[in-house]
Design a protein around this ligand. Structure first.
Ligand SMILES: NC(=O)C1=CN([C@@H]2O[C@H](COP(=O)(O)OP(=O)(O)OC[C@H]3O[C@@H](n4cnc5c(N)ncnc54)[C@H](OP(=O)(O)O)[C@@H]3O)[C@@H](O)[C@H]2O)C=CC1
Ligand SMILES: Nc1nc(=O)c2c([nH]1)NC[C@@H]1CN(c3ccc(C(=O)N[C@@H](CCC(=O)O)C(=O)O)cc3)C=[N+]21
Length: 292
């Protein structure tokens, strides 16, 4: 038996198509064009690639893209001044500050300076708190993309046993919150977890966000389980996920590939959040199917 492939690339393309239609309508009916600002500090090559593909996807759905590339030695005060300027710029509906930031910066201070209604990453404490308490929030893009793929595959997640491997603020924790809100029974594993393979064998849903190439093994997987691979690891054999794809696909019911799985969903959900933020700030109805 071999698992079904969950085609994140195709799902994301369809989502971007729906977003483009809604953007065109917003422009025609209300003369409003959503705008997304992406800020990159430093010259990390991988980050540079993502920022470029975000800019391209933004323009393709008819939104305005504002790219700010700052040198690695930029002071935190200068970065905060840029964020303040973007907060006050009516053409900017979404602000993304690419992480990680250089070591001399206080990441939390910079993120929390973003106006919550423009926080399309959903990383500010206010949006994280809203998500955790079941209030209307901006939801982090990668977990939102994973949730969309899981619901599409499984329908209801209620009562499913879900294991999230990783507890970062940007992936693991918000993923666990979203699964919990959908009434899954959620376990969050991390580097101090004991007997991870045993925990994994109980899970109907496994979301791997570990940052270790091919970490999750086929003999950890419950037959028929749905496996979502968030990992992006550059190795000598190219880009690979946090899941050992070849062994896991023999056992799982469905699995996302890397590339072509979660990554494209992250970018599509960033555009979805930008559209939602634009609708909210202008008092327009929110397009359906873009939020949890
Ligand atoms: N596809 C996409 O759109 C995106 C992909 N990514 C990718 O997802 C992965 C995770 O990213 P991110 O959450 O930012 O990473 P972090 O490094 O912030 O978090 C990794 C998590 O994995 C846990 N972990 C590390 N080693 C083990 C282990 N041996 N057993 C169990 N848990 C372990 C860590 O535990 P502890 O907390 O104890 O240290 C931590 O909670 C990376 O590969 C990243 O590149 C990230 C964002 C978007
Ligand atoms: N503030 C902030 N928000 C983020 O959302 C954010 C961030 N910082 N820092 C870095 C991570 C990583 N990330 C990815 C986005 C798209 C792909 C993606 O499109 N991946 C393609 C492959 C691209 C390639 O070949 O490199 C795929 O998986 O098919 C991957 C990773 C967003 N992140």
């Amino acid at each position: 038996m071999s698992a079904d492939l969950i085609d994140g690339k195709a799902f994301a393309a369809a989502l971007r198509g729906r977003i483009a239609t809604a953007v065109a309508a917003m422009k025609a009916d209300h003369s409003v064009t959503p705008g997304l600002a992406v800020v990159l500090v430093g010259e990390d090559p991988a980050s540079s690639v993502y920022v470029r593909s975000k800019g391209k996807a933004t323009v393709e759905v008819g939104m305005e893209s504002f790219e700010h590339r700052l040198p690695p030695e930029t002071s935190q005060d200068d970065l905060l001044a840029l964020v303040a300027r973007l907060n006050g710029d009516a053409k900017v509906n979404g602000i993304l500050v690419q992480l990680p930031l250089p070591k001399h910066m206080d990441e939390a201070a910079v993120i929390n300076a973003i106006a919550p209604e423009k926080d399309v990453d959903g990383f500010t404490v206010l949006n994280a708190g809203r998500l955790a308490t079941g209030q209307k929030a901006m939801v982090p893009c990668t977990p939102l993309g994973c949730l969309m793929l899981l619901r599409d595959r499984l329908g209801s997640l209620a009562g499913k046993d879900a294991l999230v491997i990783g507890r970062s603020n940007i992936v693991g924790k918000p993923m666990a919150q979203l699964l919990l809100a959908d009434s899954a029974t959620v376990t969050v594993a991390h580097s101090r977890t004991e007997d991870l393979p045993d925990l994994c064998r109980r899970a109907d849903i496994v979301v791997a966000a570990v940052g270790r190439a091919r970490f999750v093994q086929g003999d950890w997987i419950k037959p028929g389980a749905t496996v979502i691979d968030v990992g992006i690891n550059r190795t000598e054999d190219g880009l690979v996920g946090d899941v050992d794809f070849e062994s896991v696909r023999q056992v799982a019911g469905a699995i996302t590939p890397v590339p072509g799985g979660v990554g494209p969903m992250t970018i599509a959900c960033l555009l979805a959040n930008t559209l939602t933020a634009t609708a909210r700030v202008n008092g327009l109805p929110e397009p359906e199917g873009l939020t949890p």
